[in-house]
Ligand binder design. Structure first.
Ligand code: SF4
Length: 169
């Protein structure tokens, strides 16, 4: 993505007030936890439940959210990198969803700029595929039980393709 588009996306995110970081609780793989710990996140800021996730502060905002921005932008979890795309697993398929415009201001911009949309979509799918492959099956099932309303399906891939490391890596 060129710098101008990247700056524009950052500006849109800065204006939003962190709606996607409010009770976000992004899922964490073993590897992501190590990276986060190396970058200043503490074990107290990670929740160990049916799946591992970043905790929220008492305000409801993610522990990574500070002064209107993500303080761990460079190492943030896969589902945060993928936004405003998200995912589910259903009937042996990995389904990719896009948030509706009313809940994410980035969506209108991406829909108006095909190149930016395609680039973010590719980044999202790659990160989601990495996450799906890295999570233990029971944690993946738990992640998929989290409701994601106000989204529209935009693509789907057979799961066997997702777990085939030879494809698109
Ligand atoms: S890690 Fe960053 S982008 Fe993800 S929910 Fe937390 S503050 Fe938001």
């Amino acid at each position: 993505m060129n710098k101008m588009t990247m700056d524009l996306l950052t500006k849109i995110c800065d204006k939003c007030g962190g709606r996607c970081c409010y009770y976000a609780r992004p899922p964490l793989t073993e590897e992501r936890i190590s990276i986060l710990i190396e970058n200043g996140v503490t074990f107290d800021e990670i929740m160990f439940r049916e799946h591992r996730m970043l905790d929220c502060k008492s305000t409801g905002f993610c522990i990574g959210y500070k002064d209107g921005r993500c303080r761990i932008q460079q190492v943030k979890p896969e589902t945060c990198v993928a936004g405003p795309f998200t995912f589910d697993i259903c009937d042996g398929k990995l389904e990719i969803y896009l948030k509706k415009e009313r809940i994410c201001d980035l969506v209108a911009f991406l829909k108006s700029d095909r190149a930016a949309y395609d680039e973010q979509f590719e980044l999202a799918v790659q990160n989601i595929r990495n996450l799906v492959r890295a999570l233990p099956p029971e944690e993946l099932q738990s992640v998929c039980r989290v409701e994601e309303p106000d989204t529209v399906k935009v693509a789907e891939y057979p799961l066997e393709e997702v777990f085939n490391n030879d494809r698109r890596d």
